[in-house]
Design a protein around this ligand. Structure first.
Ligand SMILES: NC(=O)c1ccc[n+]([C@@H]2O[C@H](COP(=O)([O-])OP(=O)(O)OC[C@H]3O[C@@H](n4cnc5c(N)ncnc54)[C@H](O)[C@@H]3O)[C@@H](O)[C@H]2O)c1
Length: 398
C-alpha cells in the first residue's frame, strides 16, 4: 500500500472533513495546510498534529516549501479555486478540487486549459455520484429498464436552517464568492442530470428572484439585538443555537446570529430552470428553500417505465408502464457518513488515482467543466431573461 503525502488549501469545514477521511484510510498523511483564518488554522493544526512550520497563511508559501506533496485538496470558497488550482497544477501536483469548479466560466476554462497544458490530474468533488442513492438510479437508467428517457422533474429542497446559512455564512452568501446560489448549491444536481442523460445540455431558461428575504425595518441587524419578532421567526438564531439563550459567553461566530432579512446576501431565494439536451430529453429543475427536510426528489419518465426517488427517505420506486405495479428499488442504507457514505468513497477514488493514474475517478475536469457550462448558462438566462444557447456560451465543448 502506498502512503500519499497530502496538503490542504482551505482548512475550513470541508478541508477538515476530507482530510480526516483521507487520514482514516491509512493511505494518506496530511503534511501541511494553507489557511488565512487563524482560528481555523489552529483547529486544523491541532487535529492533524502539524508543526507550525507546516501551517501557512498564504498557499503560495505552502507550494514553495520543500515538502513533498503527492496531492493537494483545494477546499477554499469557489472565487479562489482557479488561481490556487492552476498554481498546484503548474507545479505538477494532482488536485482534488471541491465543487463547483469555479465561480465563473472564465476561471473554469483556465483550470481546464491548465490541466491540458500540464497533463496533471484533477478530480472534481462531485461526491453525490458516489452516494448509493444516485449510484442505484444510474444503475437502473443504464440497465435500460426505463427505456429511453423523455423527461425529468428534479427538485433540491432545503430546510429553513440550511437556507439561513446561505444568508449568514460569508463563505456562501454572496455572488462574488460563489458565483450564484444555484451553481454553488446545485452544481451536484446539474452534474447528476448530465450523468444520467448522457448527452450535452444545449439550451437553458430560468426564473427566480429574492422576494422573501428582503430588508426589513422592524428587525435589527442581529437576532441578539432584541428582535421584536424573535418568538415567531423560524430563522431566529435562538432556535438554531440554544446556547445563546443561556446567557453564557459563547464562541458562536457573530455572523451566525445575523438577521436573515437584513443580511448582506445578494442571492436569489428560489429559482426554477428548464433544460434541453441534445438527445431531446427535457428537464425541469427547482431549488426550493423552505422544505421539511434537506432532500432531492427525482421523477424520471422513460418510454418503458417511470422512476420516482426521494433521497432523504432512501426511496426509489419504479413503475413499468406495461404493469403499472410498484417495484421497490431502494438502495442499501448507508448513513454512517454525511452524504449517504459518498465522502469516504470519493476520497478513496482520489487516492486510487494517486496510486495509479489509470484509475480514473467518476468526475475529472471534464465533468466539472460540463456542470459549470450549464450552471453559468442558467445564471445568464436568469439575469438576462432569455433562453441561453450553451454551445455558444461554452465556445468549445471538450
Ligand atoms: N461536496 C460537498 O458536499 C460540499 C459540501 C460543502 C461545501 N463544499 C465546497 O467546499 C468548498 C469549501 O466550503 P466549506 O464549507 O469548507 O467553507 P469554509 O468557509 O468552511 O472553508 C473554506 C476555508 O477556505 C479558507 N480560505 C479562503 N481563501 C483562502 C485562500 N486564498 N487560501 C487558503 N484558504 C482560504 C477560508 O478561510 C475557510 O476557512 C466550497 O467550494 C464548497 O462549495 C462541498
Amino acid at each position: 500500500m502506498k502512503l500519499h503525502f497530502l496538503g490542504v488549501i482551505g482548512g475550513g469545514n470541508r478541508g477538515k472533513h476530507l482530510a480526516r477521511l483521507a487520514s482514516k484510510t491509512g493511505r494518506a498523511k496530511i503534511v501541511a495546510v494553507a489557511e488565512p483564518d487563524e482560528t481555523q488554522m489552529k483547529l486544523f493544526q491541532r487535529e492533524f498534529g502539524l508543526s507550525s512550520d507546516n501551517c501557512y497563511q498564504d498557499y503560495k508559501h505552502l507550494l514553495d516549501s520543500n515538502l513533498r506533496f503527492d496531492g493537494i485538496l483545494v477546499t477554499t470558497p469557489p472565487f479562489c479555486h482557479a488561481e490556487i488550482t492552476c498554481a498546484c497544477l503548474e507545479k505538477g501536483i494532482p488536485v482534488f478540487l471541491e465543487k463547483p469548479m469555479a465561480s465563473n466560466l472564465e476561471d473554469a476554462r483556465k483550470i481546464v486549459d491548465t490541466v491540458k497544458k500540464t497533463g496533471t490530474f484533477l478530480q472534481t468533488g462531485f461526491n453525490c455520484r458516489y452516494a448509493p442513492f444516485f449510484e442505484k438510479i444510474k444503475e437502473i437508467v443504464s440497465s435500460g429498464q426505463l427505456g429511453k428517457i423523455l423527461s425529468i422533474e428534479w427538485k433540491e429542497i432545503i430546510t429553513p436552517f440550511h437556507w439561513s446559512t446561505y444568508c449568514r455564512y460569508p463563505s456562501y452568501n454572496k455572488r462574488s464568492v460563489i458565483g450564484s446560489w444555484l451553481l454553488e448549491k446545485c452544481c451536484h444536481d446539474l452534474d447528476l442530470i448530465n450523468w444520467l442523460v448522457e448527452s450535452p445540455c444545449i439550451r437553458v431558461a430560468s426564473f427566480g428572484n429574492r422576494s422573501y428575504f428582503k430588508r426589513r425595518s422592524d428587525t435589527p441587524e442581529y437576532c441578539t439585538d432584541g428582535c421584536p419578532i424573535e418568538k415567531e421567526c423560524i430563522f431566529s438564531a435562538f432556535k438554531f443555537y440554544p446556547e445563546l439563550k443561556e446567557n453564557v459567553k459563547t464562541s458562536l461566530p457573530k455572523y451566525k446570529t445575523r438577521c436573515v432579512f437584513n443580511s448582506d446576501s445578494d442571492l436569489v431565494d428560489h429559482q426554477s430552470v428548464i433544460l434541453e439536451y441534445e438527445n431531446g430529453v427535457t428537464v425541469c429543475f427547482s431549488l426550493i428553500p423552505l422544505g421539511q427536510n434537506n432532500t432531492r426528489q427525482v421523477y424520471i419518465c422513460g418510454t418503458e417505465a417511470t422512476l420516482k426517488g426521494d433521497w432523504i427517505f432512501n426511496k426509489i420506486r419504479l413503475y413499468p408502464h406495461h404493469t403499472n405495479e410498484e417495484v421497490i428499488c431502494d438502495p442499501e442504507l448507508s448513513y454512517e457518513e454525511e452524504h449517504g457514505g459518498a465522502d469516504p468513497k470519493i476520497i478513496s477514488a482520489f487516492l486510487d488515482s494517486l496510486d495509479n493514474p489509470l484509475n480514473r475517478p467518476k468526475t475529472t475536469e471534464k465533468e466539472g467543466w460540463e456542470a459549470m457550462v450549464v450552471g453559468c448558462g442558467i445564471d445568464l438566462a436568469l439575469r438576462e431573461h432569455r433562453v441561453v444557447d450553451l454551445k455558444l456560451l461554452s465556445g468549445i465543448r471538450s
